[in-house]
Design a protein around this ligand. Structure first.
Ligand code: ZN
Length: 285
């Protein structure tokens, strides 16, 4: 199942190729289920049970411009750093062996799949394609074996990162430089894990104006989704709608010789196999 946020309304996608069509959740359920995507994520078990046997009828067409973030009002956005060893090396950090570095992208950075992003003046804005897990069931003290059952689905995310503020000061601090407006684009929809042949082995990548700059597989995550959910749930309570950015593979601009950063006029497309792609264009601040 694929759930999109279409103009603020939870929508079950019927087709997602050249033509986008779907079923409005509230209308199709005759008001039994909510229109609000976050409310739908809070009642995710009911949504899944209903959708499994619903007679959905004829879908309506959707304009891609109507798509918003699949989880539009997360209470927490948790992000993981250095979760692919090649990226840890290119970034100049040790490969974590016990706990992955964890930070937040403040919720005001959240954006939909296709957005224009303003580059901060005097900044170095970098790209980081990431698999994003959307929580569908509260998680506290959840073991790795049960962890995927707390994930509603996965979506594509960009952990856009302004490197000067990220690296300034006595110790690297990740959250601020990664939380500018629209620095957390997500979408185009969430895909439930059962839709994917292996949700732990998906190709992901990014290209800038057509040039591939990142390409890897999520099977190379040092700490895969289930382990991250288990680990985080020992500390936090993960809530329905929360987002978990799982880390980026190698190929970011900071790790290049010479370093390269996003420039006004460039278009960044990020994709995950079996999920879809998101697209940002950049303007000068
Ligand atoms: Zn990241």
């Amino acid at each position: 199942m694929r759930m999109a946020n279409v103009a603020g309304r939870a929508t079950l996608m019927a087709t997602w190729g050249d033509e986008l069509t779907g079923h409005d959740l509230e209308a199709a359920s005759k008001g039994v289920l909510p229109a609000d995507p976050r409310a739908a994520l809070e009642r995710w078990d009911e949504v899944r049970t209903w959708a499994a046997s619903a007679e959905l009828g004829t879908p309506t067409s959707i304009d891609r411009e109507q798509l918003g973030p699949p989880s539009p009002r997360p209470q927490q956005i948790v992000a993981i750093g250095l979760n692919y060893s090649d990226h840890a090396t290119e970034a100049g950090f040790a490969v974590p062996d016990t706990l992955p570095p964890t930070f937040t992208k403040f919720v005001t950075s959240l954006a939909g799949p296709d957005e224009v992003v303003t580059l901060p003046r005097d900044g170095h804005t970098d790209w980081e394609v990431e698999l994003v897990a959307v929580i569908g069931r509260a998680a506290r003290h959840v073991g790795p074996d049960q962890a995927w059952s707390h994930v509603a689905g996965v979506t594509v995310g960009q952990d856009l990162s302004e490197r000067i503020s990220q690296m300034a000061g006595p110790a690297p601090q990740f959250s601020l430089g990664k939380s500018l407006p629209r620095f957390a684009p997500t979408g185009p929809w969430l895909v439930t894990p059962d839709e994917l042949d292996d949700p732990d082995d998906l190709e992901l990548g990014a290209r800038i104006d057509g040039e591939v700059v990142q390409r890897d597989r999520t099977s190379r995550l040092i700490f895969p989704v289930a382990q991250l959910v288990a680990h985080l749930s020992e500390v936090l309570t993960l809530l329905p709608g929360d987002l978990l950015f799982t880390g980026t593979p190698a190929g970011v601009g900071m790790g290049r010789e010479p370093a390269r950063y996003l420039a006004p006029g460039e278009t960044l497309v990020s994709w995950i196999e079996g999920v879809g792609e998101i697209r940002q264009t950049f303007v000068a601040g």
